[in-house]
Design a protein around this ligand. Structure first.
Ligand code: PNS
Length: 164
């Protein structure tokens, strides 16, 4: 069996946070090549995203430009199909609290049923980001709060423009 050369870090990234960046950085040390796969996520929970797919890809690309072996691509449809198309053998995600576990276990099991060759690998969030999520960032920004401890400067600006 050959080792895995290419891994995906998938998500909606609406917007990318320091927590995501931490996960991508750690994935980039585990695999020679990492692609951050930004899902279109139309109608997630019946609600659209705050940022368009292009905007989310652009912000993630800027935020991750200093990591050599990482690229950012959009995808639509099933993650397993995108992984096959990209010849990626693993998916890396971050786990925060137990509350993430059930959701992530369901996704890992579904993806396993769809493609047993695709490995699902989880890294524990660094403690300083355990509380952080895109949804809390959106909420704070929507009320005019300071999110500069949670997201890169380019995202702070984009949130300010969006909720002005
Ligand atoms: O950041 P998120 O919103 O938790 O990421 C979830 C994501 C985008 C990784 C997940 O919804 C996904 O893989 N979507 C693509 C559609 C798919 O493959 N669904 C079946 C597996 S759950």
């Amino acid at each position: 069996m050959s080792s895995i050369e290419h891994a995906l870090v998938p998500g909606t990234f609406d917007p990318i946070t320091f927590g995501h960046i931490d996960v991508v950085r750690r994935a980039s040390r585990l695999f020679p090549r990492v692609t951050v796969a930004v899902a279109e996520s139309l109608g997630k929970n019946g609600v659209g995203t705050v940022f368009t797919l292009d905007e989310r890809v652009e912000m993630a690309s800027r935020a991750l430009s200093d990591i050599d072996n990482v690229s950012v691509l959009p995808f639509t449809g099933l993650l397993v199909d995108f992984a096959r198309e990209q010849h990626a053998g693993a998916v890396v995600k971050g786990l925060r609290a137990m509350t993430d576990f059930e959701y992530e276990l369901q996704q890992a099991e579904l993806n396993y049923r769809l493609d047993a060759e695709l490995e699902s690998i989880y890294v524990m969030s660094s403690p300083q980001y355990g509380y952080l999520s895109s949804s809390v960032v959106r909420q704070i920004a929507s009320f005019g709060g300071d999110v500069s401890d949670f997201v890169p400067a380019c995202v702070v600006g984009a949130l300010r423009d969006r909720f002005r």
